[in-house]
Design a protein. Structure first.
Length: 201
């Protein structure tokens, strides 16, 4: 006796159809999308890159500032060292200037009949040697006579009328002044002209 075959019922067909259908998008249990994760990672990397670049810029700015400050410090130290050297040399040379003044006065007041004597020539040679030593330290005399009075280089001790020199012009050097390295070591003491004396009324 042949048994009848089981035929699928309506309930079985519904189960099969449900299994064959793909899950709905956005529904519970949906698989994550790879594209969204990649975009999120790129955004994170970009943010980290910007933060690192800002930090690098900050460090670079601090480095440049430090480099500039150190350069200014070295320049300031060099200037102070040069100024200190100049002051030390100036103190020594200023101590020699009175002796040079004495030699110059002695030569200027030698009587004409003794100008060619050996001892006068010896004084002139000593004076020249002293001037040579000063030149080694870049010391040069300030030429004042016949020049307009300049308080940077001249120290006015006297004033007088003059028919030869206009008013405000140095008419006589009383004590020679000197420059060292372009800076005033000692100003020239001078007598300044007041111009032509006007006749009394």
């Amino acid at each position: 006796m042949t048994e009848p075959m089981d035929t699928p019922g309506a309930g079985d067909r519904d189960d099969q159809d449900a299994a064959a259908q793909p899950p709905e998008e956005g529904g519970e249990g949906a698989a994550p999308q790879p594209g969204n994760d990649l975009l999120a990672q790129l955004d994170g990397l970009q943010a980290q890159t910007e933060a690192l670049q800002a930090q690098v810029d900050e460090y670079l700015d601090k480095y440049r500032r430090s480099l500039a400050e150190f350069s200014n410090y070295r320049k300031r130290q060099d200037r102070e060292r040069q100024l200190q050297t100049w002051r030390i040399q100036a103190d020594v040379i200023q101590a020699l200037l009175p002796a040079l003044d004495d030699f110059r006065l002695a030569v200027e007041h030698v009587p004409a009949e003794h100008a060619d004597s050996p001892w006068v020539q010896g004084i002139v040679m000593i004076e020249q040697k002293l001037l040579g030593v000063l030149q080694q330290f870049d010391v040069t005399p300030i030429e004042a006579q016949g020049q307009p009075f300049d308080p940077r280089f001249h120290d006015a001790m006297l004033q007088d009328h003059s028919d030869e020199y206009p008013e405000g012009v140095v008419m006589e050097e009383i004590r020679k002044g000197y420059l060292m390295g372009g800076q005033v070591l000692r100003p020239t003491v001078v007598k300044v002209s007041r111009g032509v004396e006007e006749p009394e009324q």
